[in-house]
Write a protein that binds this ligand. Structure first.
Ligand SMILES: C[S@@+](CC[C@H](N)C(=O)[O-])C[C@H]1O[C@@H](n2cnc3c(N)ncnc32)[C@H](O)[C@@H]1O
Length: 389
């Protein structure tokens, strides 16, 4: 195969050798005539082979490394990588029929996301490289999984950084408008071509189950989306109230409550910031509270403002908890490290004059594996805490 060669700086080569899969544009010395979206050979300043990589001629992430091995990146190479990712999910079907099959860098398939919703696959090709390989990847995914249909949910902003259009549509077969999936015994209706993300927040699946172990009494699920936490804890609680600012999310959550015959769960359209304050004023109390807001910190610069937002909701929630009550609190901001988040919780506890035990520290579901050396693959933090006084 006639591959273009791209030479990178010493700093870039060191980063690659330390295990990261991204080389920034500032570390590209000479891209030669490499075409955006192609698979290239990467070499260091001394001409030594570093890796095969996907090249982007637009993004600040110029190179996404595929392998440090000298091997041919042909159709069979991609098939092997997909098979390996699928094999790592063996056994997942016993727990759920909706989960992430391919988690980009975490599965050494940078910029490729594949989610499974029963027999429908939802794909995201987030760089010029995986976009160029989309047709082949779709065919391979159908061959390897026997999926009935494949849709793309490429209506995400990161694609703009690659000079790619935002688009959603069918890549293979005829997907149903809605379908039902089961996660740890709870049924959800999903619309592969509608809804936020690729249809559901699969990264929280195992935390939904973990929450069930701790939840009891009167529960409040803030930022509920389609009712993931609320419906998961319903069987362990007297009653559950789920809140979301989106009318669309609230009606989806209500449909899911019906689907599960969960008569002790109620969903309301509300801004959580306002609702928590109003409930405090009204003297309401809960034994379980879940906080799972959208990412408040989208970049490093917004971390201080985000920390104030996280502190506000955690402080209010701690005040609303009965002694012995449990807080399950999350951040999906990569820029908010676990330590920063724990500091925010500590400040909130101090301001709320509550004594709080740290019961468990969790992260994203295991089908979103964290790759050592690529810190960006770890973004979700979920802390279980108990108010003891
Ligand atoms: C990370 S998602 C929640 C996922 C959900 N907890 C789950 O486990 O599937 C964040 C949700 O917060 C909602 N949201 C954003 N800002 C809000 C606000 N100020 N008040 C209430 N809901 C909000 C969004 O509509 C979205 O559904």
């Amino acid at each position: 195969m006639n591959q273009s060669v791209i030479s990178i700086t010493r700093r870039g080569a060191e980063r690659a050798r330390a295990g990261h899969l991204w080389i920034y544009r500032s570390d590209v010395r000479d891209a030669g005539r490499a075409a955006g979206g192609s698979v290239v050979r990467v070499r260091d300043e001394r001409g030594r082979f570093v890796a095969h990589a996907l090249y982007s001629d637009r993004s600040e992430i110029a190179l996404r490394l595929l392998t440090h091995r000298e091997e041919e990146i042909d159709r069979e190479w991609w098939r092997r990588r997909l098979r390996e990712a699928l094999a790592r999910r063996a056994g997942a079907d016993a727990e759920a029929d909706a989960y992430r099959l391919v988690y980009s860098e975490g599965d050494l398939l940078p910029s490729l996301i594949v989610d499974r919703y029963a027999d429908v696959l939802v794909v995201q090709t987030l760089s010029q490289g995986t976009e160029a390989a989309k047709e082949m990847l779709t065919a391979l995914l159908v061959e390897e999984t026997g999926a009935r249909s494949v849709v793309e949910r490429n209506d995400v902003r990161v694609r703009v950084l690659e000079g790619l259009p935002m688009s959603a549509g069918v890549l293979y077969g005829e997907p149903p408008a809605t379908l039902e999936v089961v996660q740890h015994g709870v049924r959800f209706e999903v619309s592969p071509l509608g809804g936020q993300k690729t249809g559901a927040f699969l990264d929280q699946r195992e935390n939904h189950l973990a929450a069930r172990r701790y939840a009891r009494g009167r529960a409040l699920d803030c930022f509920t989306f389609n009712g993931g936490f609320a419906l998961s804890v319903a069987s362990a609680c007297e009653n559950v109230l789920g809140l979301d600012v989106s009318a669309e999310a609230v009606s989806a959550a209500r449909r899911n409550a019906e689907l599960n015959g969960a008569s002790n769960v109620e969903f309301r359209e509300a801004n959580v910031f306002d609702a928590l304050r109003a409930m405090e004023d009204a003297g309401e109390r809960f034994e379980t509270i879940v906080l799972d807001p959208p990412a408040f910190a989208k970049n490093r610069a917004s971390v201080p403002a985000a920390a104030r937002g996280y502190k506000e909701i955690n402080l209010r929630a701690l005040k609303l908890l009965e002694p012995g009550g449990v807080l399950i609190t999350c951040t999906c901001s990569y820029h908010m490290s676990e330590q920063m988040f724990l500091d925010v919780i500590a400040e909130a506890a101090s301001d709320a004059c509550r004594r709080v035990q740290l019961v468990e520290r969790r992260t994203q579901s295991r089908d979103h594996p964290v790759l050592v050396g690529v810190p960006e693959t770890l973004y979700l933090k979920c802390v279980v805490a108990r108010v003891i006084e």
